[in-house]
Design a protein around this ligand. Structure first.
Ligand SMILES: NC(=O)c1ccc[n+]([C@@H]2O[C@H](COP(=O)([O-])OP(=O)(O)OC[C@H]3O[C@@H](n4cnc5c(N)ncnc54)[C@H](O)[C@@H]3O)[C@@H](O)[C@H]2O)c1
Length: 290
């Protein structure tokens, strides 16, 4: 057991699997008391069992629908009843519905905003009385490369329209929260994962093949839940106490490369030849050729 989160109580949303479960296990192994929640009952309780079996401390509440304000408030109240005023709120959960601009229904649009944007705001809103009382707080929010780059899908295929809009909104929300909550000593940061192998994506990665997702990255592998959990651990701990209003991209270099991946040797060869040809012609002509 480490001590990077010793004596801290951390609330994590969406702890039934994927990145939420990985964070619960890692944070607890660093000394945090965890309060989780999820829509999924059995899987969330399994996370509680796993954390306890590893010697950590965790309670979970489920089913909690984070798009429902009364249920969010009930979860925050439950957390305070269990462990008193908490230190960190990690907004990890989200629910997504895909669709193109014309293919998306109004219901799917509303669902996505409710489960990717409104849920984050509601949890922050109801956590704030606790942070005000304590005189400090720390909020970590999971955004996505979907909020940053192009269509955020390999080959720029459309289909994540409202998800991309929602994750961009979450990044803006994070910055606004960092500013508005700063007088209360609450710092706010986000993480933007690239493709991570979780229950949400596993089937797609398996069907399409990893290569589809790694051809646009610099680090040639699909991300794992622990890649994000370690970034979240840093932001949740006091090691990052001077980091405020930042969006930490954890995507194997996908956005850094513009989604184009490592240098392409064939294109490089064509370009090198063109540059060599240009230097062999007189300067004036080279300028004309452009
Ligand atoms: N997996 C990826 O490639 C990837 C990439 C970028 C960003 N993200 C983001 O990472 C976060 C974690 O996703 P994941 O990949 O671990 O997915 P996941 O589906 O494994 O986990 C998300 C959890 O949130 C829960 N949840 C969803 N809506 C909820 C609601 N209204 N109330 C309560 N719980 C709810 C789900 O039941 C699930 O257990 C999400 O915010 C997601 O958008 C994921």
């Amino acid at each position: 057991m480490g001590a990077r989160l010793e004596n801290k109580t951390v609330l994590i949303t969406g702890t039934a699997g994927g990145q939420g479960r990985a964070a619960a296990l890692l944070f607890a192994s660093e000394g945090a008391r965890i309060v989780g929640c999820d829509l999924k009952g059995e899987d969330n309780q399994e996370t509680v069992r796993l954390v306890r079996a590893a010697g950590g401390e965790m309670v979970g509440m489920e089913p909690v629908d984070l798009a429902d304000e009364a249920q969010v408030k009930a979860w925050i109240d439950f957390a305070v009843e269990q462990y008193g005023d908490f230190d960190v709120l990690y907004n990890n959960a989200s629910g997504v519905r895909g669709g193109t601009v014309e293919g998306l229904s109004r219901e799917d649009w509303d669902f996505n905003l409710a489960n990717e944007v409104t849920n984050v705001w509601l949890a922050v809103k109801h956590a704030m009385p606790v942070f005000r009382r304590k005189g400090s707080g720390n909020i970590v929010i999971t955004a996505s490369v979907a909020g940053i780059l192009a269509a955020a899908m390999p080959g720029n295929i459309p289909g994540n329209f409202v998800h991309n809009v929602s994750k961009a909104a979450v990044i803006r929300m994070m910055v606004n929260l960092a500013v508005e909550l700063s007088p209360h000593n609450v710092r706010v940061n986000s993480i933007s994962p690239g493709i991570i192998d979780t229950p949400a994506t596993h089937g797609l990665i398996e069907l399409a093949g990893e290569e589809v997702f790694t051809q646009g990255t610099l680090t040639k592998r699909v991300g794992q839940p622990d890649d994000i959990a370690y970034a979240a651990l840093y932001l949740a701990s006091d090691e990052s106490s001077y980091v405020n209003g930042a969006n930490l991209v954890v995507d194997g270099g996908w956005t850094a490369s513009g989604g184009a991946g490592r240098p392409d040797p064939e294109l490089a060869q064509v370009l090198a030849q063109a540059m060599a040809d240009l230097t062999n012609v007189p300067t004036g002509e080279a300028l004309v050729k452009g």
